[in-house]
Design a protein around this ligand. Structure first.
Ligand code: CA
Length: 619
């Protein structure tokens, strides 16, 4: 009680301070001197290019929250403040109560020598041990309500609290100003904070989403027009062709497995049914779990949703169900979807084909995602992400990698071109890179994340990779539309490519691994990277995976022997890799506790290509 009382006093003092605003209407309740202090702070922020490092915030007991001002707003036309009464729905994210202990737990969960190996946590276990405490959540909710926010009835769980308030209330509480901006290229008008947020230093708020409306992600699929479209399926890889090429001859079919997809659009059910009927596949139960604000009309991303579902069905036609988690295309939509997948804990394999270059993703979002992916890994959920379709140049003109594929607790899936023999068997793969279109498999070096422990020692200098940063992708699969997949979309057969195809296929493959492990009375595989890297470094590598090593590039990084940034460890040799991933203990023990790399936090207001060092414990 005492602590809450204290925090309430601080907050009400600060609200009085902040409301005075620089250029905004003054309130008669606020003292002139307090207003001057805040204006002085705000002006310092502006004069210092919005960096907070030089500002002494202790005097007013505030702490800065970094990574909320989009870099793009600096390049856009500032149209001035939003209207005071404009309503914003925001998602406030709290940190974990002890990130060091969580890291140790994760290291143990994936260390075959540890007694905790694969003793995955339930969401309740995770909540009891690592999530923000009830007292912390109550403290934040109380502060929000006391300052004029309305809490949302649904969506608040785990580290997230959803609330809404008019702009003026938000500006006062977070000590910022929200402006409209106009993008010089797209002419799109969006709102964003003009400088970094601040909150009372005793409030356990870490990140705030919903003020920056600039951020949106893209999907990584390419529907080929080379083959034309047809009412009759005549080209593109069929489910049986995929299984034959990648040596999936066992009877594993996803029985008992629940899979999930992250989607920011929707699909037409008759397309999926037509795909299943045409290939004599069972009708897999589909269940959409839509967040508030998600579209229920198929839009430009509908081909993505459709091919994701169909390719999961191709390898796991007897799955218990596929959950289609759907949110609006925004930072708060994306983390809302990730969080719901973690909280529901129903699907043990998950795939997304939506992302953005790391360098265009606010660090507040990267860090919130990281926290949720840690929870998924602790709960034994495997998350796959397409690594992008622009080769090494994810940011179109610059070498960059894609988020979330570059997240340490995500398996990044890159793209290859597949060659088959006349009888449909595997004959070879090279890096997917089409110089005529600029399309190719995403891969390279993260500028954000340091190297995870399981990647230590696998990067050769021939590959141009990094021995200190996270390298992407982890694995790959056929993604070239020229060797693409038959997809039924919009009432027609089409041929699809892109790393969007590779990610759901790897997720569905992992459902088969889990099925096989469960058939043998074993635990789930969980987060796959430690095991995949063990296989890659074992004597089984060349029988379990196809090493792409022909010197082909993704416009920069070459495919070389063993791991490389063009294709990761390569593609699966289906049955063999299932066997390799079903062995316990796994063939080679990864080095545990080697610093899986905490996210950047302290430093810049934008996400400016720096590795910003370890995150502070958020107790
Ligand atoms: Ca290789």
């Amino acid at each position: 009680m005492k602590k809450n009382l204290k925090s309430r006093i601080v907050i009400s003092t600060l609200v009085a301070l902040s409301g005075t605003g620089c250029g905004k209407a003054n309130s008669s309740l606020q003292s002139q001197s307090a207003g001057k202090i805040l204006c002085s702070v705000k002006n310092q922020l502006k004069n210092n290019g919005n960096y907070l490092d030089s500002v002494d915030t202790k005097a007013i007991q505030l702490k800065p929250l970094y990574g909320h001002v989009p870099l793009e707003s600096k390049l856009s036309q500032d149209l001035g403040p939003v209207k005071d009464h404009e309503l914003f729905e925001i998602t406030v994210a709290l940190g974990y109560r002890d990130s060091t202990k969580l890291q140790t737990e994760l290291d143990d969960l994936y260390n075959p020598s540890s007694p905790k190996f694969h003793q995955f946590l339930s969401p309740n276990d995770f909540k009891d041990r690592f999530a923000p405490t009830e007292a912390q959540i109550l403290q934040v909710k109380t502060a929000l309500v006391a300052n004029g926010f309305t809490l949302s009835d649904s969506g608040s769980s785990g580290i997230l609290i959803l609330a809404s308030a008019p702009a003026r209330t938000i500006e006062e509480f977070f000590h910022t100003e929200i402006h409209h901006f106009k993008d010089p290229k797209s002419h799109r008008i969006y709102s964003a904070p003009t400088f970094e947020l601040q909150v009372p230093s005793d409030l356990p708020i870490r990140w705030v989403h919903g003020l920056d409306k600039q951020f949106q992600v893209r999907h990584h699929s390419i529907i080929s027009t080379l083959e034309g479209t047809s009412k009759r399926q005549k080209s593109g890889m069929t489910p049986s062709a995929i299984k034959k090429a990648y040596s999936l001859n066992s009877s594993l079919d996803g029985t008992g497995q629940t899979l999930a997809l992250v989607e920011l659009d929707t699909y037409t059910e008759s397309d999926i049914t037509a795909y299943e009927n045409h290939f004599n596949l069972r009708q897999v139960p589909l269940e959409t779990r839509a967040l508030s604000g998600a579209s229920n009309t198929p839009g430009r991303g509908a081909p993505e949703v459709t091919l994701d579902i169909e390719l999961m069905i191709a390898l796991a036609p007897n799955a218990r169900k596929i959950l289609i988690y759907q949110g609006p295309n925004s930072a708060e939509g994306i983390i809302g979807v990730y969080n719901k997948i973690a909280q529901d804990h129903e699907a043990k394999v998950v795939s997304t084909s939506w992302g953005m270059p790391e360098t265009n993703t606010p660090s507040s979002l990267l860090e919130t995602e990281y926290a949720i992916f840690q929870q998924m890994a602790a709960q034994g959920q495997a998350f796959f992400a397409a690594s992008g379709d622009s080769g090494a140049y994810d940011n179109s003109s610059q070498i960059a990698v894609d988020d979330p594929a570059s997240q340490p607790y995500v398996v990044g899936v890159g793209g290859t071109h597949l060659s088959l023999s006349a009888d449909g068997n595997y004959s070879g793969e090279s890096t997917w890179a089409d110089s005529s279109t600029g399309a190719g498999g995403g891969g390279g070096v993260s500028t954000i994340w340091r190297q995870p422990s399981w990647q230590s020692g696998v990067v050769s200098s021939n590959s141009k990779g990094s021995t200190s940063q996270r390298n992407v992708p982890d694995v790959s699969l056929n993604s070239d539309p020229k060797s693409g997949y038959a997809i039924f979309y919009d009432g027609k057969w089409q041929v699809a490519g892109g790393t969007s195809c590779a990610a759901p296929l790897w997720a569905a493959f992992t459902a088969l691994v889990n099925q096989n492990r469960q058939n043998q009375g074993k635990s789930l595989l969980g987060f796959p990277s430690p095991a995949l890297y063990s296989v890659g470094q074992s004597g089984n590598y060349h029988s379990a995976l196809h090493d792409v090593a022909d010197g082909s590039t993704n416009f920069y990084y070459p495919a070389v022997a063993n791991y490389d940034e063009a294709t990761g460890w390569g593609s699966f040799q289906g049955d063999s890799l299932i066997q390799a991933l079903s062995q316990d203990p796994l063939p080679k023990t990864p080095t545990p506790g080697n610093g899986l790399n905490p996210p950047p936090t302290t430093g810049s207001q934008d996400n400016s290509n720096q590795n910003l060092g370890p995150v502070e414990s958020c107790s």
